[in-house]
Write a protein that binds this ligand. Structure first.
Ligand code: THU
Length: 127
């Protein structure tokens, strides 16, 4: 899978962001090991803390569809209406959720290139 294709899927998902409170639109596209793409956007709520990030939306969609093995995720984010040029680094909560299913070298595609999970989450919580 071409990382540019994955990023294009993330950008398309970003168009669906429900971000009327922050004004910050995020899209994510998660590639499964069997070649499917699950997309997600951030979904905010009038009760602010109930919102969900784009990455977790995509991961939860995939897991609830029976997928557990992931090959990469692409993420883009910027104020709604702006081009997502600057890299949108996933938040700590989303990194921990990625870590539930993915190893240290899981590729994270951002606007500036391909990173790996351990760059942003060098250690993870485990029980
Ligand atoms: N957001 C994401 O979707 N992903 C992240 O990794 C960080 C932040 C969303 C949450 C909220 O809707 C908006 O961006 C501003 O924080």
């Amino acid at each position: 899978m071409d990382e540019k294709v994955l990023m294009l899927a993330a950008m398309a998902a970003r168009e669906h962001a429900h971000c009327k409170y922050s004004g910050f639109a995020v899209g994510a596209a998660l590639l499964t090991d069997d070649g499917q793409i699950y997309t997600g956007c951030n979904v905010e709520n009038a009760s602010y803390s109930l919102g969900c990030c784009a990455e977790r939306t995509a991961i939860f969609k995939a897991v609830s569809d029976g997928k557990r093995e992931f090959s990469a995720i692409a993420i883009c984010g910027a104020p709604k209406g702006d081009e997502p040029d600057a890299p949108c680094i996933p938040c700590g909560a989303c990194l921990q959720v990625m870590a539930e299913f993915c190893g240290d070298d899981f590729p994270i595609v951002l606007s500036d290139g391909v990173h790996v999970l351990k760059e942003f989450l060098p250690v993870r919580f485990t029980l």
